[in-house]
Each structure stands twice: as C-alpha cells, then as structure tokens.
Design a protein around this ligand. Structure first.
Ligand SMILES: [Zn+2]
Length: 293
C-alpha cells in the first residue's frame, strides 16, 4: 500500500507539461531549422524491444521511511549529445521516441495535450514567455502541467540567442524560468533554444539552471509542404520528408521529434502517435529522462 501511494505521488509529482509561444517569430525562425532536420541523428542504437506504451517501468521503491521525494525515481533514459534519447541501462528499451511540442501555448497546445493524454503518451511542451502574458494563457499552461506533461523552457521571446547580449540571453532564459515557476510552482528541467541555436553562455546557464539542453532529431511541421495533417502524419511516421530533401528516414530508436503548436500538427497528432506505435516505437515518458538536479 505504501508503495502504491508512493508511485501515485511520484507520478503526479513528476509529470509536467506545458505549452509555448506564439507564432510568427517561431514560425519564421524555425524554418531555418531545416539544416538540422536534414542532419541525421547519430545512430546510437541497435535494438528494438517493444514493450509498454510508456516508459515508467522500473521506478525505484521509496526509501525506508517512505517519504516521497522526487529524487527517489531512478531515471531510465538520458539525452545524448545528438539530442537522441538513449537508455541508461543496457537492458532498457532503445526503440523509443520522444515527443516535443514547441512554441506553446499558441492556440492548440491544450487540445494537443488532451489528445496525448487520451493516448497515454507523454511529451515535453516547450513554452515561450510571450505566450504567457494573459491569465487565460497562464491557465492553459497550468492545465497542461496538471495533466502530467513536462514543461520546458524555449526562451521568453523566442529570440535567436547568438545575436543577443549575455544579459539578454540571461533574461530570456532565467526570466522565463521565473515566470513558469510563478505559474506552475516548478522550474523547467529541459531547455531548447529557438532554432536550436545555443551559445557557450546559454549552455552553461542552462546547466546552472539545472536544465538539460536538447535540440531534436527531426520534425516537419514547419516546412510549407508539410503544413497539412495527412502529409505531416506520413512524414513523421516514416521519418521521411522528400519534399524538403529528406528522401531517407530519420526515424530511428531514440528519435527526438519536433512538433509545434499548430493547427495541422494538432490535427495529425493522434495518427502520428498511432503510426509510431504501429511501428513498434514506445513513446518515452519524459519523467523517465535523467535531469540535472
Ligand atoms: Zn520555436
């Protein structure tokens, strides 16, 4: 009984999700991510063992006094230098993908969270501060977080960090963490720079803020040919984007999938998850990923 209570508590504690920022900036900016998209992730993996649909298998037991604490949960995965998700232990299931939603909350994030929740699929919602100005936006973030999704930092204003002064970079990152903490009572544990463009300063700062920095391995929803639910679904599930010069598949164990708070992505999301699962991929639970604290 004690264990059951603990697991429930820990699950509630660790699941967090959220949403992100707005639009034009994000949209325009992220088109430059094309290069990244085309760059195959390093092949870290080999195997596939399909198991459960979510990654919470081997949670550690509570310690002797039974006091629930976040640190008690043993991470199963880590983010490697290519932003892929890899099992920490050899026996871990490598055939997983991580779902991430950027530029949240910009109109569709809450629905996307509901879709994912119904599918029992975890995700990280990378949010922007300029999408969190109104009480309605803040409520949206709270709801996504309360549904158990992970909330990540995607900078306050979605700026291109290499062009910003160190003071601005700090405001973009720490300022957003302060804001998120004000809203959901918790600071983000993951950071993704707009366009994947970090500086030495932001990498260090993210560490000091106890956030794991990640980019992604592929995503297609910000390319014009894939701003369509059906075409996007196919691209995400096959890993191929022939209309943007990716005729080969970027889907492989550990793939870190970039999506956005967009209408066509929201529409495609259920089919994307189903398609990936049909291929034997488990949607990794962000709570099972190693963090810095
Ligand atoms: Zn973005």
């Amino acid at each position: 009984m004690k264990n059951i209570i603990w697991v429930l508590f820990a699950t509630a504690l660790l699941m967090t999700a959220c949403a992100e920022e707005t639009t034009d900036k994000g949209k325009a900016g992220e088109v430059t991510d094309k290069e990244r998209t085309e760059e195959p992730a390093e092949d870290t993996s080999n195997a596939n063992k399909n198991e459960s649909e979510d990654g919470n298998k081997e949670r550690k037991q509570p310690n002797q006094n039974g006091t629930a604490q976040e640190e008690v949960i043993e991470p199963e995965y880590k983010i490697d230098e290519n932003s892929s998700v890899v099992p920490i232990n050899k026996e871990g299931n490598e055939k997983v993908v991580l779902l991430t939603i950027d530029d949240v909350p910009d109109g569709h994030a809450l629905n996307m969270a509901k879709t994912l929740k119904n599918l029992n699929a975890g995700a990280i919602f990378f949010v922007n501060g300029h999408f969190l100005e109104t009480s309605e936006d803040k409520e949206t973030l709270r709801q996504i977080h309360d549904m158990g999704f992970e909330i990540g930092n995607h900078t306050y204003n979605h700026v291109y960090l290499p062009d910003a002064s160190t003071k601005e970079q700090e405001e973009e990152i720490v300022g957003l963490n302060d804001k998120i903490e004000d809203i959901i009572g918790k600071r983000p544990q993951f950071f993704r720079a707009p366009n994947g463009a970090n500086t030495d300063f932001t990498k260090q700062l993210a560490k000091e803020e106890e956030m794991v920095t990640m980019n992604w391995t592929y995503g297609y929803d910000y390319f014009e040919p894939y701003m369509d639910a059906e075409k996007l679904t196919k691209a995400m599930v096959t890993g191929k984007g022939p209309e943007v010069d990716v005729p080969y598949s970027l889907l492989k164990p550990g793939a870190n999938l970039l999506m956005h708070d967009r209408e066509w992505t929201a529409k495609a999301l259920e089919d994307i998850v189903a398609g990936l699962r049909d291929k034997g991929y488990e949607i990794v639970d962000p709570d099972s990923i190693q963090t810095i604290d």
